[in-house]
Unconditional design. Structure first.
Length: 448
């Protein structure tokens, strides 16, 4: 099948230009940099006049809850939400039931993705205190890397033995597998929680969440991870950095490419602040906590100057009744994948960053960092993963617009001007201006 996207404004590799893209058999076969449509015959045309055309977004940090937690979400529902939001590839985290910490559990995840995912997929392998020896058996071409939980919110996936951490960092370096780390110091969090309960009762108000999961808890854990990565030469990506102080640990990229140690910011930490607990309450409770205006503004600066390398969502659906209560009772996490690109485009409108930098953070850099094969860029011969967006008539997030299984979002009631018009995955129009191709299934992402 041949598809032509014509008359769009293409944003790719630090350039913005008018042009058309020819897609043949799922790959980009031609990029025409002018306003004259390609002369190629085609099966279908998409008129992108007045729209931007980006590479498909790669969200390298999601929790789709399958297997074992499918009352909250599953691969089918959340990959549909991804398609509605212009996300064409995602990397899912291992804290499911069972956890993705054995080769059999990983194989099961891939089987589920093949059967159910509407967009492209892969899965992190989870580190534990005891499974480092199995890293040798992992297929580096099938997984993005190792997920390491150095924080207390993930049950028995917490790696808290120093010897185990040394082994994980050493083995990952030897195998040249990147580690994505959730960094929060458990002892500091537990001490803070005990103090808050003593002062405010068994379920302290959610506004106290950033004092419990504090700057100190984040910095001490991130600093340890960075120290170990430098010691062993491990490629480290620190997930969902939430504080200005942590940014001291990261450097701007060199001309030669991305540094060995990198950081992610999430859309929620770039958009919300601690002031929003007053209205959003536990709907924005996540780990690490959303913190001060000053922290948010520092993160916004860092996505421009290069200390932040990627933007993810940490998409983590829960049932709405599980989000009731305060710091102790309400669960942490929120669904954001459907609204990540429109939200980041609002930051473009506000002058926080440019549209070319947005494409770097959400498309190019995840592909570079995890060595994704033939995706993340608009290049001849690459897989045709694309998203077409427009800015115009406002629309409002309602329960009916939400595709995530949990049917809520902290963006409920928010009005956007930016809208995802089309999402093209492997050359297929999986989402087309309100029409969804429910039969389509994405492909397994290949690496290295």
């Amino acid at each position: 099948m041949k598809l032509i996207i014509e008359n769009g404004t293409i944003v790719n590799e630090n350039r913005t230009f008018k042009g058309s893209i020819v897609i043949d058999n799922g790959h980009i076969s031609e990029i025409v940099e002018d306003s004259v449509p390609p002369r190629s015959s085609c099966d279908e045309r998409v008129d992108a006049a007045g729209c931007f055309v980006f590479p498909g977004v790669i969200d390298s940090h999601v929790h789709f809850r399958e297997p074992g937690l499918t009352e909250k979400a599953d691969i089918e529902s959340e990959s549909r939400a991804a398609a509605y939001g212009g996300v064409t590839s995602y990397f899912d985290m291992p804290n499911t039931v069972p956890q993705t910490t054995t080769l059999d559990a990983l194989a099961d995840k891939f089987d589920r993705g093949r059967k159910s995912s509407h967009v492209n997929y892969s899965f992190f392998y989870g580190a534990t205190n005891d499974n480092g020896a199995e890293f040798e058996q992992l297929d580096r071409q099938r997984i993005p890397g190792i997920k390491l939980f150095m924080g207390s919110s993930t049950g028995n996936m917490l790696v808290d033995k120093y010897g185990s951490l040394l082994k994980i960092f050493e083995t990952a370096a030897r195998l040249d597998l990147p580690i994505m780390a959730h960094c929060e110091d458990t002892d500091i969090i537990n001490r803070n929680m005990a103090q808050m309960k003593k002062a405010y009762g068994d379920d302290p108000d959610v506004a106290l969440h950033p004092l419990i999961r504090s700057e100190e808890a984040c910095y001490e854990s991130s600093a340890l991870a960075v120290e170990l990565a430098r010691t062993y030469g491990t490629r480290l990506h620190v997930a969902h950095v939430s504080t200005a102080k942590e940014l001291e640990l990261f450097q701007n990229p060199s001309q030669e490419g991305l540094p060995q140690i990198t950081a992610e910011a999430t859309v929620a930490h770039l958009f919300f602040t601690s002031q929003d607990y007053a209205t959003k309450r536990a709907l924005i409770k996540c780990n690490p906590a959303i913190k001060s205006v000053e922290d948010r503004d520092a993160l916004r600066k860092a996505i421009v100057d290069g200390r932040i390398t990627t933007i993810g969502t940490d998409h983590a659906p829960h049932l709405l009744e599980q989000k009731q209560g305060g710091c102790a009772k309400a669960v942490s996490g929120m669904p954001m994948i459907q609204f990540s690109l429109p939200t980041m485009l609002e930051l473009v409108d506000e002058g926080v960053l440019g549209v070319e930098r947005l494409v770097e953070l959400m498309c190019h850099h995840p592909a570079k960092l995890f060595e994704v094969r033939n995706r993340g860029f608009i290049r001849k011969g690459y897989k045709a993963d694309l998203v077409i967006v427009s800015c115009g008539e406002p629309w409002t997030v309602t329960e009916e617009t939400i595709q995530s299984k949990c049917k809520w979002s902290p963006m409920m009631g928010h009005s956007y001007r930016w809208r995802v018009r089309q999402t093209i995955c492997n050359g297929r129009l999986v989402y087309n201006d309100g029409i969804f191709d429910n039969e389509y299934r994405g492909e397994e992402v290949a690496f290295r």
